[in-house]
Write a protein that binds this ligand. Sequence first.
Ligand code: KMH
Ligand code: ZN
Length: 274
Amino acid sequence: MSTGTLITVAPTGAESSKSDVPNLPVTLDELVRTAQDCERVGAAMIHVHIRGDDTRPTLDLGRLKETVAALRSSTSLVVQLSTGGAVTDPEEDRLRVLEAMPDSASCTMGSVNFGDDVFMNRWEFVVELHRRMRERGIVPEYEIFDLGHLSSLRRLLDEHDLPAGGHVHVDLVMGVPGGMPGDVSTLVAALRLMPEGSTFSATGIGRTSLPVMLASLSAGGHLRVGMEDTVSYARGERVRDNAQLVARAAGLARIAQRPPMSSEEVRTLLSVAQ
Ligand code: KMH
Ligand code: ZN
């Protein structure tokens, strides 16, 4: 097994607005440039949310297809589309994302309070996402916002078989207000519930970014960073761009003697088609 670190960049998300965060990549050009910059400093996978001409989150299928094609032709990154979207997105639109045929897609394993909102993921919907990804050969990344989501993941795998490629990869999204905290003891608790043979990455929202990154590296996990998850680099200092966050993660991974993996290595690790 490789000892390297998978670094995923989540550059945009659905929560920050361009007016609040002017350096957020929202156009296709901005996204492609960000992806190239992040690949150069150590990212191997990109978790993508897109925006419309009005800079607001959209799940428009034509735009998603165009985005997948543009990222494939300009980078070697593993392209993961978000099926989480924004908290207001209907299930049909979230399922339709898979028709853009990314390498990978997120699959959130349950509902969670999400700040003042609720991020809804009914059991039947989760099963349908898993089923359609299997059918299309899209490799899921199971998003875990709370510890109970890991119990649901075990149930999903027991009742509905392994995902496309046969490997299970989990992403712990820690520190969402309403979800699990972003700290070491919670990460250790999550490890105990992880399906056998699975790999995991972790990201900490807001100020939990650094503690979660250090804990994940120490525990043998992989990393997700980006402006979807945090827009401050340090106390009182705004993030300059996504590459700044990826470069820091890559530096810490090297210090941990687990240097960034190439996208080719990550395709092998996650069983994504080369
Ligand atoms: N935007 C959040 C409501 C995902 O990408 O799959 C959900 C989210 C998870 O970001
Ligand atoms: Zn996301």
